[in-house]
Design a binder for this molecule. Structure first.
Ligand SMILES: CC(C)(COP(=O)(O)OP(=O)(O)OC[C@H]1O[C@@H](n2cnc3c(N)ncnc32)[C@H](O)[C@@H]1OP(=O)(O)O)[C@@H](O)C(=O)NCCC(=O)NCCS
Length: 385
């Protein structure tokens, strides 16, 4: 088996594999899109498997950590079960490391495949169905902020408005170009902005989609940097009463939903879970934001057969307000590859990791790892790939 980066010449072969695997019907015009690269596995000169990697960055502790978003993993039906997907995943780890992607995320249809290579369930992307009566019970804003349709010149401010909120929610993508094309926002059916004194106070993006008698309204982003902006945007959705029975809202800022939209006892949520892997622990730790902590050190032993560059004894050191990982130490706390994503992102504390058999050794030492991440709970993404 030969694994190599794919080129434009592989378009037909890759489309054939993805058509079979995912029932894709639209042949893309190009394979190499800005901000993406990928790998193919060849057997006897024939493309037998493919894996795509998008260049993203996720906020953790307020800092954007480069992340390889894996998608479109497919193996020819006639070649399955002989380790091609495993080999592609192994190769993707070195490729992502070479591209400076210290983390990797994927939305898995087959979690066992990715678990075997160190990815573990970490975060969610959610859509919520908001019935109109719920929107009508949202408190009215006390300040009138006039919204208007977005223009091309608003796009940088719109992105800045998103970043102001997204950088405070662990896991969110920073939507950097070239993977994200800001100009595409204006292709949506509704893009409404709330001008502020300095930039935008909020914005809402939505598309009309088929479904039911009158179709659906899918709100992709509802972002307000202060309470009045959020209430104004929620109130604007109530204007759809009469036309629609409910609105679909992608959860970008969970606090808007929890604190202002008033979650009832039962409501409908569509959840896609994502798995994360730390590709390069020292690089990931250096890139993340951390709380202020006194100087300390935790001795780790990283058990990771597929990323040998960070396997073995490693010491996590907090010194003069910075956090780093360096080789050495006693290996008092043993962390398996699959523990790294849930720990790094704050999705799970060391007790949960220990109960799952992903962490062993000195539990008192391990508790310091929780102090570092704050075990902040479920990380989120609002972007699918
Ligand atoms: C899933 C897929 C990529 C696996 O490819 P493959 O080359 O047959 O996988 P491998 O032979 O390398 O197997 C890797 C491991 O995953 C496991 N695995 C593979 N397919 C699996 C499945 N459908 N369910 C559960 N486990 C699976 C294998 O048992 C193996 O485990 P091991 O390492 O413990 O032996 C292939 O079946 C496929 O293209 N499926 C359709 C598309 C798809 O679902 N892609 C995943 C998108 S996220």
């Amino acid at each position: 088996m030969h694994i190599r980066e794919y080129t434009e010449d592989d378009l037909d072969a890759v489309f054939g594999l993805r058509k079979l695997a995912f029932n894709s019907t639209q042949r893309p015009e190009r394979l190499l899109k800005p901000g993406t690269h990928g790998l193919v596995a060849e057997i006897d000169g024939r493309v037998a498997g493919v894996l795509g990697i998008g260049s993203y960055a996720q906020f953790y502790g307020g800092a954007a950590v480069p992340m390889g978003g894996i998608g479109g993993v497919a193996v020819d039906g006639a070649y399955r079960g002989r380790g091609i997907a495993n080999a592609l995943l192994d190769a993707s780890l070195s490729t992502m490391r070479e591209h400076g992607q210290a983390l990797s995320v994927l939305y898995a249809t087959v979690p066992t495949l990715y678990r075997g290579r160190g990815w573990e369930r970490t975060g969610v992307l959610e859509w919520v169905e908001l019935p109109m009566d719920r929107l009508l019970s949202v408190p009215r804003p006390s300040e009138r902020i006039a919204s208007r349709p977005a223009e091309e010149s608003d796009l940088p401010a719109l992105h800045e408005c998103y970043l102001q909120v997204a950088r405070t929610i662990d896991g969110m993508a920073d939507r950097r170009p070239p993977r994200f094309d800001l100009g595409k926002v204006l292709e949506m059916d509704l893009v409404s902005v709330l001008p502020g004194q300095d930039g935008l106070r909020g914005y809402l993006t939505a598309t009309r989609e088929p479904g039911g008698d009158m179709g659906r309204l899918k709100v992709h982003d509802l972002i307000g940097v202060d309470v009045e902006a959020q209430l104004t945007l929620l109130a604007s959705l109530a204007s759809w009463t009469g036309t629609l029975e409910a609105i679909d809202l992608r959860v970008t800022d969970p606090a808007t939903l929890d604190f202002l939209a008033g979650t009832p006892l039962r409501y409908s949520v569509w959840t896609a879970t994502w798995m994360q892997r730390v590709v390069d622990l020292p690089a990931a730790v250096a890139a993340r934001g951390w709380p202020r902590l006194p100087d300390l050190a935790v001795d780790l032993e990283i058990v990771d057969d597929h990323a040998p560059w960070h396997a073995g004894p490693q010491r996590l050191v907090v010194e003069d307000g910075t956090v780093r990982v360096e080789p050495g130490g006693t290996g008092a706390v043993r962390l398996h590859a699959r523990a790294l994503g849930p720990w790094f992102s704050g999705a799970r504390n060391t007790h949960a990791l220990w109960r799952a058999g992903l962490l062993e050794g000195d539990q008192a030492e391990a508790a310091v790892l929780d102090q570092l991440t704050g075990s902040s709970g479920t990380p989120r993404l609002a972007d699918f790939f």
